[in-house]
Design a protein around this ligand. Structure first.
Ligand code: SF4
Length: 458
């Protein structure tokens, strides 16, 4: 496997231990380029596709652990499954050892499925309760017709021992084991065909904290011993801090920040990473920033915002010059109105709502004037801002919420609503962050978040 020299691909070296000190001496195991995985609706009432992964690029280096973090539903698992060839690719590419994973078939596909394995989150549902542990671990060897039966049996006993189980466990069934032991079985099974690369999908989330530590230690030992490369998917940032050499932060199908773990945790560059790390109790992040609470839930991947994917929740969003002097409370009210109208406009609505909409039936939630009275209580708008809000409300009163959203965006939007930021290199280690605030002429995301947080509401 070879190292890519393509520019702009967020390539960075590993952190320590078995990982190389610079990209000059590292091998690339997996190369992901502008990868997209979209799901189309099936049936008679189709809508926009779900953009689960929406243009992701990175490399995974031999012997490293790349952590993939983000809120539930941000596309992490889909990304892992697409890399392994378990999901088809909508656009872009995944390459391993010069092979385009999406186009593999026959022998080449079987080879990739030997080289790359997955460990699942829930050991309860990922192991077949009607098979003994020996059969479960041996199954991939049987499927790939690996050597003869005696060698397979020997290999299974070796794996059982390697993951810290006992010989007699060979004949037992998964329901006779604890959660941690079942996850050891899952790991042994993933190791059976001597893979180089393993996607670990929340491998310890379902386990007690004390068991988590033991499984993490086992994974680290196996990595060192067998030279494994991991993509470690997790929502728990403290686990990732412990095990990952580098970390990729995902939001709404995009990788927004990618860099060495120690640098990301010490000085997060992207506003989303800043908010994630600020939310960890007794923060493992090395900043003493107060908690950054984000507004609402992430938008639906069926209808991501135009421009930056984080724009609807970003605490550092660039504001238009003409309204730069509006007080913080006014911006909060405007942002909240924008969110309400976006929600009402049908973004991310389900099948029932779309059916009602297609039949011309109302799906609105309450009277917009009452909502506005609540949101803007005690807030004084300038004449220009007031006129713009009133224009938007005219649309909303007619049930044209999408037009109301567009009107607000036209007036109060900025470069963040227009441009999807590309990755900016933000430090000497090559860390990247996808935010326009890394361009010249803007205050950095951290400066703006801190300033806005410390500014009292009017
Ligand atoms: S570009 Fe940066 S500042 Fe603008 S919304 Fe996105 S993350 Fe926030």
């Amino acid at each position: 496997m070879s190292r890519s020299d393509e520019p702009g691909t967020n390539e960075e070296p590993g952190r320590s231990g078995a990982n190389p000190a610079s990209t000059d001496d590292v091998e690339t195991v997996v190369e992901v380029r502008d990868l997209k995985k979209h799901y189309e609706d099936e049936g008679f009432l189709t809508g926009d596709p779900v953009r689960a992964v929406d243009g992701v690029s990175f490399d995974v280096y031999e012997g490293e652990t790349l952590g993939l973090v983000g809120e539930s539903g941000c596309g992490k698992t889909t990304l892992g499954r697409t890399i392994l060839g378990l999901e088809s690719v909508t656009a872009g590419s995944v390459s391993a050892d010069g092979r385009d994973v999406a186009s593999l078939s026959g022998t080449e596909l079987r080879e990739w499925q030997r080289d790359a394995q997955m460990v699942f989150q829930d050991p309860d549902s990922s192991l077949n309760d009607r098979m003994t542990v020996g059969e479960i671990i041996r199954e991939p060897l049987d499927a790939h017709d690996w050597r003869g039966r005696p060698e397979r049996r020997e290999r299974v006993f070796d794996l059982i021992e390697r993951v810290g189980l006992n010989e007699e466990h060979y004949y037992r069934y998964p329901h006779q084991f604890s959660g941690g032991q079942r996850q050891r079985v899952g790991i042994a099974r993933a190791l059976a065909l001597e893979p180089e690369f393993i996607v670990l999908d929340e491998p310890v989330s379902a386990l007690d904290v004390s068991v988590q530590a033991r499984i993490i230690n086992l994974l680290e030992e196996l990595q060192e011993e067998l030279g494994l490369t991991y993509l470690f998917i997790a929502h728990d940032l403290s686990v990732v801090r412990h095990i990952a050499d580098r970390v990729a932060v995902m939001y709404l199908g995009n990788v927004v920040e990618l860099g060495r773990t120690e640098e990301v945790y010490a000085d997060p560059a992207h506003p989303y990473t800043i908010s994630l790390l600020s939310a960890i109790p007794g923060s493992i992040a090395e900043t003493d920033r107060e908690r950054v609470v984000l507004r609402g839930a992430p938008p639906s991947p069926r209808d991501p915002p135009r421009g930056c994917p984080f724009v609807t929740r970003c605490p550092a969003k660039v504001r238009p010059d003409e309204f730069a002097d509006l007080p913080e409370g006014t911006w909060n009210a405007l942002d909240a109105l924008h969110s309400v109208l976006r929600e009402r406009s049908g973004s991310g609505t389900g099948l029932t709502e779309r059916l009602k909409r297609s039949l011309g039936l109302s799906v609105g939630d309450g009277d917009i004037d009452e909502i506005v009275d609540d949101l803007f209580a005690g807030v004084t708008l300038t004449d220009d801002a007031d006129a713009a809000v009133e224009d938007a409300l005219e649309f909303a009163r007619e049930g044209e919420d999408a037009e109301a959203v567009a009107a607000l965006r036209d007036t109060f939007g900025s470069v963040c609503n227009r441009e999807h930021p590309h990755p900016h290199v933000v430090d000497d280690s090559g860390r990247t962050s996808r935010c326009v605030r890394h361009e010249e002429g803007y205050d950095s995301p951290a400066e703006v978040v801190d300033r806005r947080l410390s500014r009292p509401r009017d």
